[in-house]
Design a binder for this molecule. Structure first.
Ligand code: GDP
Ligand code: MN
Length: 383
């Protein structure tokens, strides 16, 4: 789960990482009141779950509360890479002498937390990694050893910070960020930029914060931060139905059982030149009801032109899936979708008979995954 900047900063603050004072606003009037309360110049920041807001015109400085109100009016409703701005964070403006970058993320390959620090902050970290890799200090933390003070010192010296005041403040922030990362069950905590003010004060000016969904049950306070309105309505509907569903932007609706098979199906459809419309996993025990639910979700996507069922029966019985498909055809208006069905494994024979007996004009059985994918792609083109 990704957090908004202001939510990430709330957690930063909780762990003692310095941030600027700010207020949330959802209307220009609230922005005016917030700026008035804060006093002095403020920065009006779009709260969207995507980066690069500055470049997209979503971060603006205002000298007066009236200017903040005007800017809020401009920024609210702005579309930043598909994310419409509905919330603003109004923050006391900082004077910036230097912009650094600090993050801690979970490195799955190494099975360890990975710190990255560079004095080349303010720009995308991928850019630094490409153009100036030597400026980026990377350091793992061994989970058994836990955080050790030398980790912070190595990052700070490695990046060439020579001001003792900065060294001390950054080292303290590194340690707090690690605690924040571990205790929040985060997958990523990123501060870009971590600024130094002209007075030499170090502060987090931005936050990018991702929490492991599987650990949310341990953090009801963080789980509550989820903005249901911002979520894709189709994905919200799928969650309500208990269907594992991810929307993609092609035309072939995909249904598999098990995450591995479903992902492979997405790959095979792409491999034969098609564009998957989604990833949908029926799960292990996909019964007829589960199939109906999944089809209801998939057919709510107007981009879907054909549907490809790829089922390998194990715990899932193919005859159940076949009955589910027929039940869905009775209950939902599926006439405009060609449905390619590849069934193999437990009770596959029986399933094929059930489909053959029903003789639905828009159901196309195929024997293999590759043939099924080809057929579904073809049918999506001609549909
Ligand atoms: P992002 O573009 O989504 O990463 O948003 P940021 O929060 O990082 O803001 C983008 C840029 O705006 C920062 O890199 C700063 O250069 C600038 N900025 C943000 N807040 C302030 C501020 O309080 N004062 C000044 N002078 N610049 C700011
Ligand atoms: Mn940023």
């Amino acid at each position: 789960m990704d957090l908004y900047e202001y939510q990430g900063k709330e957690l930063f603050s909780h762990f003692g990482i310095p941030v600027s004072e700010g207020r949330l606003a959802e209307t220009p009037e609230e922005a005016l009141a917030a700026a008035d309360e804060l006093g002095g110049p403020v920065v009006v920041k779009a709260q969207v779950l995507t980066g690069g807001r500055g470049k997209a015109g979503g971060v603006k400085l205002a000298a007066t509360p009236e200017e903040a109100e005007d800017l809020a009016d401009d920024i609210l409703g702005l579309d930043i890479r598909g994310h419409v701005v509905r919330r603003l964070w109004i923050e006391s403006a900082s004077e910036i002498a230097k912009e650094y970058y600090l993050s801690v993320t979970f490195d799955r390959g190494a099975k360890k937390a990975l710190f990255m620090f560079t004095t080349q902050g303010g720009v995308e970290i991928e850019e630094v990694a490409e153009t100036n890799p030597d400026a980026l200090v990377r350091l793992h933390v061994d989970p058994l050893e836990g955080f050790q003070p030398w980790v912070a010192r190595r990052l700070v010296y490695g990046a060439g910070i020579d001001d003792p005041g900065e060294q001390k403040q950054i080292a303290a922030i590194v340690e707090k960020l690690y605690r924040c990362f571990v205790e929040s069950d985060a997958m990523l905590c990123e501060i870009n930029p971590l600024i130094v003010t002209p007075e030499g004060e170090v502060r987090a000016l931005d936050s990018k914060f991702t929490v492991d969904d599987n650990a949310l049950y341990r953090h009801p306070d963080i789980a509550e931060m989820r903005d249901v309105e911002a979520a894709d309505p189709l994905e919200t509907f799928a969650r309500e139905k208990g269907v594992t569903y991810v929307k993609l932007d092609g035309e072939v609706g995909i249904l598999g059982n098990g995450a591995g098979l479903s992902m492979s199906t997405v790959d095979v459809v792409a491999h034969v030149g098609g564009r998957p419309a989604n990833f949908c996993d029926l799960g292990g025990g996909g019964d007829a009801e589960g199939v109906v639910d999944a089809l209801e979700v998939i057919t709510r996507d107007p981009q879907v032109r054909s549907i490809f069922f790829n089922i390998f029966g194990g715990i899932t019985r193919c005859d159940e899936v076949a009955r589910g498909i027929l039940a869905a055809l009775d209950r939902l208006d599926m006439s405009r979708y060609p449905i390619v069905v590849r069934l193999d494994g437990t009770n596959a024979e029986e399933a094929r008979e059930i489909l053959a007996d029903a003789a639905r004009p828009n159901v196309f059985p195929e024997a293999t995954m590759l043939d099924g994918a080809r057929r579904a792609v073809e049918l999506a083109r001609s549909a």
